[in-house]
Ligand binder design. Structure first.
Ligand code: PLP
Length: 466
């Protein structure tokens, strides 16, 4: 047992119910953190002093932590709550849904709310992508898309097309498929024996010496897509199922695609009959100012994976949108046969679908993708004003996202970014950090003043850290 948190003497459910608690400090002291194993977290660092990091409540653009500090949610949680927290429309929709149809299996039967959602998502997707398969997370969405790609080729007489191509620094979740095509070394190195066979990685597109402080898409780097030709020559196109990339790499610290890069990837994939998958788990549903980054960038892939912002993060949901031809290829066997032996108990859960409908209603009614486009110049100007602050070696931005890259710290990997993240939790700002990058993706409902205030706090944190 560690820190100020108390061991043993479990609180009853009533005591744990947040709306019963007025003294957040008292609640925090009741929590026993020892059994909790935190994902993608230094557990030892977390448990040494958990109170700043333990969220007690959230409303609008703010969390309140166990120390009673109100924190601006500068990263929309994990890029997933663009409408902020406890949005009344979503709360109402979910409550209504749980009273009418709380659950329906997704095998052999379905929920009407979910079927309607598929139609809606298909309408928002780029032309030609109109078949929607639901999962519960980004990781599941990615693994689903990889399996669809393999299945498609097999069903169309190209069973040798089984290889996948990802990209260095890419993040596609933590399933064995997504991890294998992912290109973040730390996420892969412990699990090498379980890696999916036959995966190559394109080079990443980040070169600080060529693109530091680029605003939006960097001008340098489109030629890196030609590396795909080298990989195709090595293995032969007849062995390659799909290329998967995030149109904008989020988890590696907002790496924005160079102008012309994705267009070139598209051309090469088309030339060789390779499917192109855009992993839009972060960029999907408005983050770049359009429903999908594919639309903003004018490049249409063969499949899109999505998750996060579709339900405003309130209830987990993910999925894949595929071209109709891909779906049709699966429909070729005996009429009553199950065409795709894949799915999850909670695929397209009606509660998630209800949350998604309400979320999409609000995006639409309040033109929030338009708001992202309107806020982007402010986001760009505010973040780029950090150029010249101590240890800031790069600023990147795209849509309503930005990252500030700091010079490496002598104290160890990520230590500069980590210490700023931790200081932020005391000074009213929650942000993401990855490596020495601090990443921001504020709620779409943020006001201009909130974005300015966020950058003002960040500036102070950067100066204090120096
Ligand atoms: N793909 C991308 C591009 C992501 O950014 C993420 C998560 O951040 C995932 C997949 C995995 O999503 P999840 O954590 O919901 O499994």
């Amino acid at each position: 047992c560690s820190g100020q948190f108390r061991c043993g003497g479990r609180a009853t459910f009533q005591e744990r119910t947040m709306d019963q608690v007025t003294d957040t400090g008292a609640l925090a002291r009741q929590l026993n953190v020892d059994p909790y194993w935190a994902p993608f977290t230094s557990n030892r660092r977390f448990k040494a002093d958990p109170s700043d990091r333990t969220m007690i409540s959230a409303e609008g653009c703010y969390f309140t932590n166990a120390n009673g500090v109100k924190l601006f949610d500068g990263s929309s949680g994990l890029w997933c709550t663009p409408l902020g927290h406890s949005h009344p429309r979503i709360v109402e929709a979910v409550t209504k849904q749980v009273r009418s149809l709380d659950y329906a299996p997704s095998f052999q039967v379905a929920s009407a709310t979910t079927i309607q959602l598929a139609e809606r998502v298909a309408e928002m997707a780029p032309e030609g992508l109109n078949r929607v398969f639901f999962a519960n997370s980004g990781s599941e969405a990615v693994d689903t898309a990889l399996k669809i790609a393999m299945g498609y080729h097999r069903l169309t007489g190209n069973a040798t097309r089984t290889r996948f191509i990802g990209r260095e620094k890419g993040y596609h979740g933590v399933g064995f498929g997504g991890m294998s095509v992912g290109g973040i070394v730390a996420n892969r190195k412990m699990f090498a024996p379980g890696m999916v066979n036959g995966v190559d990685h394109l080079p990443h597109t980040y070169d600080q010496s060529k693109m530091a402080f680029s605003k939006g898409q960097p001008a340098w780097g489109a030629h890196l897509a030609d590396e795909l030709e080298r990989i195709v020559a090595l293995h032969d196109a007849s062995t390659i199922a799909a290329v998967i990339v995030e149109p904008m790499q989020g988890s590696a610290g907002v790496i924005v695609p160079p102008i012309g890069y994705l267009e070139r990837l598209r051309e090469i994939c088309t030339k060789h009959g390779i499917l192109l998958i855009f992993d839009e788990v972060i960029t999907g549903f408005g983050r770049t100012g359009w429903a999908f980054a594919a639309q903003r960038l004018g490049v249409v892939p063969d499949m899109i994976t999505f998750a996060k912002a579709i339900t405003n993060g309130i209830i987990p949901m993910g999925g894949v949108i595929a071209r109709q031809e891909i779906y049709e290829a699966f429909m070729s066997g005996p009429p009553a046969a199950i065409e795709f032996c894949h799915g999850y108990t909670y695929s397209g859960h009606p509660m998630a679908a209800a949350a998604a409908h309400a979320t999409l209603d609000v995006y639409e009614e309040e033109d929030l993708f338009g708001r992202v486009r309107a806020l982007e110049p402010l986001m760009e100007a505010e973040f780029h004003s950090l150029k010249g602050e101590p240890n800031v070696v790069d600023v990147r931005n795209f849509g309503l996202t930005a990252a500030v890259e700091l010079s490496p710290s002598a104290a160890g990997p990520s230590m500069r970014a980590l210490s700023i993240f931790e200081a932020g939790l005391k000074q009213g700002l929650y942000m993401r950090y990855t490596g020495e990058s601090l990443a921001f993706s504020p709620p779409f409902i943020s006001t201009e003043q909130q974005i300015k205030d966020m950058v003002a706090i960040l500036r102070k944190l950067i100066r204090d850290a120096a």
